[in-house]
Design a protein around this ligand. Sequence first.
Ligand SMILES: NC(=O)C1=CN([C@@H]2O[C@H](COP(=O)(O)OP(=O)(O)OC[C@H]3O[C@@H](n4cnc5c(N)ncnc54)[C@H](OP(=O)(O)O)[C@@H]3O)[C@@H](O)[C@H]2O)C=CC1
Ligand SMILES: CC(=O)[C@@H](O)[C@H](O)COP(=O)(O)O
Ligand SMILES: [Mn+2]
Length: 398
Amino acid sequence: MKKLAILGATGSIGSSTLAVYAENIETMSLTLLSAWRNVDKMVDLCREHHVSYAFMSCPDANAKLQQLLEQDATQVLVDQTEFEACIASVEVDAVMAAIVGAAGLAPTLAAVNAGKQVFLANKEALVMSGALFMDAAQRSGAQVLPVDSEHNAIFQCLPPECQASIGHCDLKKSGISQLILTGSGGPFLTTPISEFKHLTPAQAVKHPNWSMGPKISVDSATMMNKGLEYIEAKRLFNTEKSDIQVLIHPQSVIHSMVQYIDGSVLAQMGLPDMRTPIAHVMQFPQRIQSGVAPLDFTQISQLTFAAPDFDRYPCLKLAIDACYAGQGATTLLNAANEVAVEAFLQQKIRFDQIASIAAEVLSKCGDQHATSIEQVMFLDGLARHTALTLVATNVRQA
Ligand SMILES: NC(=O)C1=CN([C@@H]2O[C@H](COP(=O)(O)OP(=O)(O)OC[C@H]3O[C@@H](n4cnc5c(N)ncnc54)[C@H](OP(=O)(O)O)[C@@H]3O)[C@@H](O)[C@H]2O)C=CC1
Ligand SMILES: CC(=O)[C@@H](O)[C@H](O)COP(=O)(O)O
Ligand SMILES: [Mn+2]
């Protein structure tokens, strides 16, 4: 029995993970769940799944959870230290890292440092800490398996020697010429750019194909999501600049591809449903049930492809540039984007200001280095402070 922890259990990936767990209950046990503020849902999940340990990152929510679960078998962990100790303990074999944003870094790193199996959905953690994260995994022997649909697709199309050396693989040695990262283009693929000033959060979170949490949905609309995924791919698959191509594929049927030097292109396809990549990692290399229907090719009228337009998606360009500027830049970019997206969702700034705020944070903070987690956290704070100041200025100008 694999002992599973789900970090971000109340979210979209959390729900899909629980659905796959329910399909395969005889092979896994659920020992630890975490969330932030959604106490009612956590109580329900703990009772439904007889979870051993639970933790809310928000102190008020944690106190309430403790009170509500007093009569239950679930033990509520009291603080972040106890939570991370539980992740690192023998109570947990595998961790689904599905907290959104930088808040997921510390508990995910606790799992990595303890040599656990890590199912990585939380791309922001990897974007902000990069080589530090992958090197820590190599040191501890933690197996990092990509859950993000594109990276999971690429992983599935890689030869075994690359799968076994994730983070440090030699693509050229395995005859790989390019990784092709597909992206839908989001809900504003054909919206006139002149209308971007007026786009609302409700429009931005309406992804054409995937059902996801609000932050990643906005990232898909700006294509910052693909930019973060570009950086994520560099870290997971040890790529150089010429190794990755971003391709718009509006139908989200092909989840990404690997091109080989002999002209072969391997693609992973399926319905846009995260239960598939989650099921793929949960008992890897064994295949298990996900509950997802098979792809019906007779219902797919067309598969189309196009190059991304950086005028439409300035965030994508910012992220690709940051990727080659270095770790400091990707840490700053991630934090600035998190602040800007949250401000947009709260209607404090316009949709088009997400990109301009991210760009301004990068230029104001200048060239920065991040060679330790402490420096990463310092830069994360610096970028958040700078971005919040810009949000306040933009609010006044709105
Ligand atoms: N959804 C998807 O299809 C995909 C998601 N991902 C990645 O997976 C991650 C999760 O995405 P998604 O499930 O959509 O997001 P959701 O917004 O649906 O869920 C986020 C989860 O994180 C918890 N959380 C939020 N803030 C904090 C915090 N400060 N401390 C601790 N926990 C926190 C939330 O708890 P609470 O509910 O209590 O607020 C919730 O459980 C993201 O990094 C995203 O990029 C990657 C690929 C696909
Ligand atoms: C499901 C998943 O992995 C998301 O990251 C998805 O890729 C978002 O869609 P976009 O391709 O529009 O960014
Ligand atoms: Mn993705």
